[in-house]
Design a binder for this molecule. Structure first.
Ligand code: UDP
Length: 192
């Protein structure tokens, strides 16, 4: 279910409702993009129709940020709890490890995605990491071939917002993975 806040669609599901929906789409080979919605992005989108349209085109907009919950409450909406980008990534990774789906980490400075992947494998030893790529490679075709050859089920892109969402939108037609999430600075946080 979705609810509009300042003209932006936001999903009302909590984690336990959301994660199965994401994996149903993977199983059905239906591509989907997850974007995190916080008050900062809502304020930017208010004055930027292109950004608003980009956010609204995503299949899932998760309510990241307490301000989104408060805004929903004020309009007597149904968004009851935060669904953060970082925790959603963690839960996707956990479910991927459980169900044998593979992930690819794209973004951050050279070496960071590898370290983040190693940390994730420490936590989830069954996790299949199909590959990693830093976020500073200029040759986009090279990046797309690398991802497609690795054939991940899930692609996390950590290049900051909205750069990561724009990149996913531009290339998703040619990309193999079927679940995409823009995760901002999460690889840096994971790598420590
Ligand atoms: N980044 C990247 N390629 C770029 C620009 C940025 O990979 O061309 C990475 C950067 O190294 C950092 C992340 O994107 O890991 C940006 O994180 P930030 O905290 O700025 O994103 P936010 O969470 O604010 O969206």
């Amino acid at each position: 279910m979705k609810e509009q806040i300042l003209g932006v669609d936001v999903n009302t599901e909590n984690y336990d409702e959301l994660i199965p929906k994401l994996f149903q789409n993977i199983d059905a080979q239906k591509k989907s993009l997850v974007v995190a919605i916080n008050p900062e992005k809502l304020m930017k989108a208010k004055d930027d129709p292109a950004l608003k349209a980009l956010l609204n085109r995503a299949e899932f907009q998760i309510p990241d940020g307490i301000g989104v919950i408060i805004a929903s409450k004020l309009q007597k909406g149904n968004i009851k709890s935060r669904v953060t980008g970082v925790d959603t990534m963690d839960r996707i990774v956990r479910e991927a490890a459980r169900t044998g789906k593979s992930i690819f980490l794209y973004g951050a400075k050279p070496g960071v995605a590898e370290t983040a992947a190693a940390k994730l494998i420490e936590t989830y030893p069954n996790l299949q990491v199909a590959g990693t790529q830093d976020g500073y490679e200029k040759d986009e075709r090279k990046v797309i071939s690398k991802i497609n050859e690795a054939k991940p089920d899930i692609l996390f892109v950590a290049m900051g917002s909205p750069k990561q969402e724009l990149w996913i939108e531009e290339h998703r037609e040619n990309l193999h993975p079927i679940l995409y999430q823009g995760v901002g600075g999460s690889f840096d946080v994971l790598a420590g």
